[in-house]
Design a protein around this ligand. Sequence first.
Ligand code: TYD
Length: 212
Amino acid sequence: MSVPKAPFIVLEGIEGAGKSTQIATVEQACADAGFDSVVTREPGGTPLAESIRDLLLSSPAEPVPPHTELLLMFAARAAHLHNRIVPALEAGQAVICDRFTDASFAYQGAGRGVPEPDIAGLEQLVQGALRPSLVLLFDLPVETALERVAARGNENRFDKESGEFFERARRVYLRRAEQAPQRYVLIDAAAPVGAVSAQIAHAAKAHLAAWA
Ligand code: TYD
């Protein structure tokens, strides 16, 4: 897979971090920097990948083995990359994606216990060298996150996981951010919404300036 010709910005974090509310801030930063942008999400982002998303978020009558979950995530991701993300980047459009492969390392890896090399192998298979150019990592205490999820209601299969699951996921997100500080920006998602927007706008602007 070729190297992107445009920014590929991903929003990540545990449930209740407030990512979805901030997508518009990133979109605005892209417009200000002169980029057309495509807003998308994972799992999903194309009709086929959205069908796989429905499978992943529903609660079937039988257990979902961790490898089934992982492979479905990457099956959806392969379609999303091939049919939407890569064509947009090649056309010079910025891609803004709500979650990507870091979520597989955090949820299927740390959360469900799938060994990291299994995930890294699929990452290589499906993405080749393609990685997000910027990951905005929304970080907040798990307790606060779970309070927000409870207040929002309407839970999917992942929202129902335990505090320990999200503690493990949070630790892996933070470790990955620490290991590649040039591609990750930590956002204090416990801050008031306006302060979070300001952090996002600042980080996105700095990143986009490098593409000018
Ligand atoms: P969604 O309701 O979109 O969650 P959020 O609004 O918090 O992003 O549901 C997507 C769920 O899928 C979310 O709980 C995280 C999970 N997920 C994984 O477990 N692995 C992955 O690779 C991705 C992309 C998402």
